[in-house]
Design a protein. Structure first.
Length: 201
């Protein structure tokens, strides 16, 4: 089944004056919805699967609630926009990134960077495996011809890069940081502890 990213189509989520953009791959919760596997404790929003650790970490770090409206309020307070690099993908039912095929990239990321010149930081929530937010976003930006002077600032976690983005409002320097994935698989396979992850977030 080919599944479209409904949150991207709805223009979620971009608070006024955003200074940073958090980029993931594709919400597993939308795959669950498409195949009728939503559970009561899943939330219809980015990183909404009950197993995902992002909002659990945010609630610890920022002492925030986890309902959708409270999540939006937290993003407003942090001036943090949120999107994913995949606009649609085919899957036979698995919600893991590696199971996604026939991927269509989210070119709306370029529009976000154009329309929000205040954004000078990107944060990727995955950077390993064949399908990851870091690799696909950098591919999209390179192919758009909008970035130059790409430099590696740090090769160790958190991995950091810097580049010049040519937007409609002019050229600006953007720093891109790859965080530990909030996926439960990162804990199971990568040995990422909640403490390590929360230090980066």
């Amino acid at each position: 089944m080919q599944i479209s990213h409904r949150y991207v189509q709805q223009g979620l989520y971009r608070p006024p004056g955003a200074v940073a953009l958090l980029i993931g791959t594709f919400p597993s919760v939308l795959v669950k919805q498409a195949f009728g596997r939503m559970r009561p404790n899943d939330v219809d929003f980015f990183y909404g699967s009950a197993e995902n650790n992002l909002w659990r970490d945010f609630s610890v770090i920022y002492n925030s609630a986890t309902a959708v409206q409270q999540r939006m309020q937290l993003l407003q307070r942090l001036r943090l926009a949120m999107t994913d690099v995949i606009a649609s993908a085919f899957t036979t039912g698995s919600a893991t990134d590696t199971a996604l095929q026939h991927i269509e990239l989210n070119t709306g990321i370029i529009h976000i960077l154009n329309n929000y010149p205040s954004i000078t930081k990107l944060f990727f929530t995955s950077g390993s495996g064949k399908v990851n937010a870091e690799g696909l976003t950098l591919k999209l930006l390179k192919e758009s011809g909008r970035i130059t002077n790409l430099q590696v600032l740090s090769k160790t976690s958190p991995r950091q890069r810097q580049f010049v983005f040519a937007g409609t409002a002019g050229r600006r320097i953007i720093t891109a940081t790859t965080l530990y994935s909030p996926s439960p698989l990162a804990e199971q396979w990568g040995g990422v502890t909640p403490e390590k992850r929360q230090q980066q977030y």
